[in-house]
Design a protein around this ligand. Sequence first.
Ligand SMILES: NC(=O)c1ccc[n+]([C@@H]2O[C@H](COP(=O)([O-])OP(=O)(O)OC[C@H]3O[C@@H](n4cnc5c(N)ncnc54)[C@H](OP(=O)(O)O)[C@@H]3O)[C@@H](O)[C@H]2O)c1
Length: 299
Amino acid sequence: MRVAVTGANGLLGGEAVALLAGRHEVLALSRGPSRLPPGRYAWADADLGDGRSVEAALRAFRTEAVLHAGAMTDVDACERDPEAAWRVNVGGTEQVARACRALGARLAAVSTDYVFDGESGPYDEDAVPNPRGVYARTKRAGEEAALILVPDCAVARVAVVYSGREGAKPSFATQIVEKLGRGEPVKAFADQLVSPTLARNGAEMIAELLLETPYRGVLHVSGATVLDRVDFARRLARRFGLAGEVVPVRTADVRLAAPRPLRGGLVVARAAGLLQTKPLPIDAALDRFHDEWMARRGG
Ligand SMILES: NC(=O)c1ccc[n+]([C@@H]2O[C@H](COP(=O)([O-])OP(=O)(O)OC[C@H]3O[C@@H](n4cnc5c(N)ncnc54)[C@H](OP(=O)(O)O)[C@@H]3O)[C@@H](O)[C@H]2O)c1
């Protein structure tokens, strides 16, 4: 099958390309040159924000399925530059959706727990979104563009994505490990409940959703455990045998451009029932993350 992956230089997109290359004909799309290891995929340098190049590349490839993981993901940068956030997260998703509609392709559009306000999580797929902040609102609008324009569409929501893969972008988890490893204390929000998602596990679930199920609509595909960020950081420290201090802080005490959902988290029971690949509980995910981390250090 001809499968395209947007955001291929990113945490989830990179894992998806690694997973699918060799098993399918893969077109990897991101802006600029590839930062992925070489493999059996074609590369397209296409900007989600320019209104046409992603759509043109998808059409030229005669794409049959798209895993759309590209997005402007820095929530504070989105708040400061709403025009860019709209262009990439809504306009870019619209480009992808238009191409899928024209080609009759299936789409899995990746989205976020931030579509919820964080008043009463964890949330299942039937909970009503109430996004706060520019990132959250543009991601919700992107969900709607995908679901309205593409008849064969699934929206896959993840949260707090992390990867230990060689070359993977930094994340909350890698920053915790690196700082504690240098003997520095780390701060973590005690009042943010989240569902951390190991990129590999998320990419496996989304690829299966896209290519091996007919499921349409929203599906939550984060990790299986809801926990606060202090707990997450301390489990990371334990798994890596790091002794440093994790300092709990409250969200309201830190100046941030974008609002953060507090009682967030995703219920993944539906994905667990539907998919062969299961959402990983936190300790199993941290074991895999540890393996990824050691592999990249050659240890
Ligand atoms: N990261 C998280 O914690 C998180 C949480 C919830 C949901 N999500 C969602 O999960 C999906 C995948 O994100 P991720 O975690 O893999 O984040 P990521 O590592 O930031 O990946 C996003 C990718 O999109 C690319 N991109 C950004 N702007 C672009 C543009 N104008 N044109 C083309 N490509 C562009 C980025 O390119 P560069 O590498 O060049 O910047 C990056 O490769 C997104 O839909 C995101 O909203 C992520």
